[in-house]
Design a protein around this ligand. Sequence first.
Ligand code: HEC
Ligand code: HEC
Length: 221
Amino acid sequence: MKSFLIIFASFSLAFNIHAAEKSFGPEDMPGLFKSGDASIGSSLVASCAACHGQDGNSINTDWPKLAGQNEKYLYEQLKYFRSGERNNALMMTVTPYLQSLSDEDLLNIAAFYSSGISTGGQAKNDEELLELGTKLYRFGDIKKEIPACTSCHSVYGEGNNLAVYPSVSGQQVGYLVSSLKAYRSKERAGGEQALVMQSVAENLSDKEIDALANYMHGLYK
Ligand code: HEC
Ligand code: HEC
């Protein structure tokens, strides 16, 4: 039995290496995430454009850009809005519509926005704010138990699609500030991933949140 396990383990290792060489993505493996169809998605978002823009780039600082966001993250969030686990007054206006859509529809919407290109942003050139934002984003603050944001959202803020860590680069400042405050107050919920951010944001001060938002807004992939 033991040797069978060892043989099995080395076989699967060999298979993994082989798979990597052929650059198989997770979409080629059953049971893992499969991308949606962006062109079908584009036909389902007429009611979203007023706030998120035709191409997923919102023009209001308080409304998130969706263009170029990680697909799986968008898909998960849409499911949380549909079920009401994640709540927001403006998004509630489309809850009935989301409830009329299937998982596949939501995945196609996620694929559509994810295929867009973020218009990016520019950090405010305030030396003190930039210094604090850069330091916290890159290194965190051990004394305050704030982890480095780079470890999950990456140096340039693109996040990690497989781990479902969202992109934060070029995101709207108002939205970044309100999101971090909503995690801090535990208002923003939806699945276990939100709990991760609730604990990350727990000890952030308003000033640190402003500095981080300014920094992330200016990051580009
Ligand atoms: C009236 C304005 C409005 C409309 C219409 C609207 N949204 Fe939103 N949307 C928002 C706001 C504001 C947020 C931020 C919510 C929050 O702070 O939790 C948001 C958040 C989101 C998010 C999460 C973004 C993130 O980074 O976590 C997704 C995904 C989303 N909307 C998709 C849609 C889709 C799809 C539609 C159309 C069916 C839609 N929205 C229609 C205002 C709107
Ligand atoms: C351990 C991994 C991890 C670390 C460290 C981390 N994050 Fe996150 N972050 C996540 C995950 C996972 C989510 C998605 C949570 C959800 O589903 O609500 C997220 C979501 C966010 C969002 C919301 C994005 C959106 O579009 O709504 C912001 C803003 C954010 N993180 C900022 C930060 C900042 C700033 C730091 C550093 C102080 C940080 N994160 C550290 C994993 C992490």
